[in-house]
Design a protein around this ligand. Sequence first.
Ligand code: PRP
Length: 207
Amino acid sequence: MMLSIAVPKGRLFDHTYELFSKVGIRLDRVKKEKRKLLFDFPEYGLKVMIVKPMDVATYVEYGAADLGIAGKDVILEHMADVYEPLDLGFGYCRMVVAEPKDGPTIDKSIGLKVATKYPRIAERHYGKKGIPVEIIHLYGSVELAPLSGLAHQIVDLVETGKTLKENNLVEVETIFEVTARLIVNRSSMRLNHEKITAFIKKIGSVL
Ligand code: PRP
């Protein structure tokens, strides 16, 4: 039986590639065959699934993948019931609330509108503060929302802060810090305890 792992595309992929190289797992085939989504590596006892970062927690929670590499943002948005044995340290960024530097472009008295790719995180954040909000779910370029009058504030990730700055937005507060985590399906953990523990140990030893 091979262990399966959901690996995110995009910026987290390069970090994952480096991390796996350190433990002797070469994902070069994944880099080369850009359109292929499922790779068997019998030499490592591993099946690699290439998924959108936002989908990693879903694959692991449903058990379609035994393991996965997911940002804390994705784990919290999905409220995924998974085991989270390792903080991988890479992919550092922050989940923040931001708004226009020069004040809102629409009247706040109509109720606060918040645009985000993370509706549940945003909902919980304002809910805890007792602030009623209308959440507007977007799929990208969230920073445009306050500039165009779609929303008063955004909840989004900030890495360098350049995107906020170039769009005249300022941070209001940090909700939490984000790094990539190794996550494990709970029943896989019980069923394949030995193999998974060995994998976690191997990865943990090079962090
Ligand atoms: C992410 C995030 C911010 C930006 C932050 O978006 O949603 O927009 O990066 O990075 P910075 O602080 O270094 O500028 P992404 O590039 O994934 O694009 P998207 O908005 O289309 O999701």
